[in-house]
Design a protein around this ligand. Structure first.
Ligand code: SF4
Length: 370
């Protein structure tokens, strides 16, 4: 092990150390090229007390990945560990619902621990944040892809005018922005792209993002659910009230702010609690926020392996997430056994929440619901 800062004494950039309950980093596992890169050095400078451990690949860290037995250490691993890697494939992929395209990830893994989250499954379950340090390559790939698309020919459910690129498929960008300037660089990149817009969903309020001057070219989707669900399921995230209180400030700072009702969990009392949430939004949001708002609605999908893991650390969550009497199996594209609400249950749930939105927050356009 090497002390991160002594290794790079002569080149350490000036960075303010991160002080945050989510990230009390003691160890940074890094591919050598990632640690030596400017972005890697920035991350190391933000965590000056961390020890640096070189690893051949960010995919192969036996202490961290693929280890369901880490359940009890899960949150500690997320808090105390970061990984630095170089992203090999920087391709843009088509999407179509939430965004037109998925931008190459600038991170994967998350310091938070939502019980339903599919992100940890990519590297096993105790999956801390991996930061990809080849940000210049990633922003260039995005710029080239945007240039090839030209002007969006017609409106779709992603956006009426712009090609929308999702930045946060495998991480929470608001937390990633504490760790490095990758998100700041992407916000700055999209500021210069008149035909495209960045987008990410988040459950964390990072007020440093208010300084980035997005000029309307980045859409933040604050992810909301009734507080009773969030207290049980959204482990380590910002509280729902804090997310709602941030919306006006993000609009004022130049973001487009949408909402992400996801996942909608059907359980006793869900309609009353969603009604209260919609009424709170109607009471608290400014006219400016309402005028530009839209939401997506996504009913819960769960997963058998994740269910088994959760029983080891958070069995109360499974009482609302694992409802075989309401759910049907669905084998996902990557072969995982997922479950989702039965077709009739899901259809009734989607219809009902749309009725509630129309009744209590009629200004809130639903981009899609499924
Ligand atoms: S904040 Fe998002 S990425 Fe992080 S654990 Fe929750 S759902 Fe997963």
């Amino acid at each position: 092990m090497t002390d991160a800062l002594t290794l790079f004494d002569d080149v350490v950039p000036a960075e303010t150390p991160v002080v945050n309950r989510l990230l009390q980093v003691r160890t940074v596992y890094a591919e050598p090229a990632a640690a030596a890169s400017p972005r890697g050095r920035q991350v190391l400078a933000r965590f000056p007390d961390a020890e640096l451990v070189e690893v051949p690949s960010h995919w192969q860290i036996p202490d961290l990945h693929g280890n369901e037995g880490n359940v009890e250490r899960w949150v500690r691993v997320k808090t105390e560990t970061l990984v630095l890697g170089v992203k090999k494939s920087v391709s843009v992929r088509p999407n179509g619902r939430s965004a037109d395209f998925i931008a190459p990830s600038t991170a994967n893994g998350c310091a938070m621990a939502c019980a339903y989250c599919y992100v940890p499954r990519r590297k096993g379950y105790a999956n801390p944040i991996t930061v990809f340090t080849n940000i210049d390559q990633i922003t260039r790939a995005v710029q080239r892809h945007v240039a090839r698309q030209g002007v969006k020919p017609e409106p779709n459910e992603c956006d009426p005018f712009d090609w929308v690129y999702d930045l946060g498929e495998n991480s929470d960008c608001s937390v990633d922005a504490l760790v490095s300037d990758n998100i700041a660089d992407l916000v700055a990149t999209f500021r210069t792209l008149p035909t495209a817009k960045a987008s990410f969903a988040t459950k964390y309020v990072n007020r440093q993002l208010l300084e980035l001057d997005p000029q309307g070219r980045t859409r933040v989707r604050f992810s909301l659910m009734p507080d009773a669900d969030a207290k049980l399921l959204d482990v380590r995230t910002s509280r729902v009230d804090e997310r709602i209180a941030a919306i006006d400030d993000f609009v004022a700072a130049g973001y487009e702010v949408h909402l992400n009702f996801s996942p909608v969990v059907l359980r006793e009392g869900w309609e009353a609690d969603w009604t209260a949430l919609l009424q709170q939004l109607d009471d608290e949001l400014s006219d400016a926020a309402k005028a530009q708002a839209a939401t997506e609605v996504i009913m819960l999908t769960h997963n058998e392996q994740l269910h088994e893991v959760n029983l080891g650390w958070h069995p109360q969550a499974e009482e609302v997430l694992w409802r075989p009497e309401l759910q049907q199996p669905k084998v996902s594209q990557n072969g995982m056994l997922n479950v989702r609400y039965r077709n009739d249950v899901k259809r009734a749930g989607v219809d009902r929440i749309q009725q509630l939105i129309a009744q209590h927050a009629p200004w809130l356009r639903v981009r899609y619901a499924f």
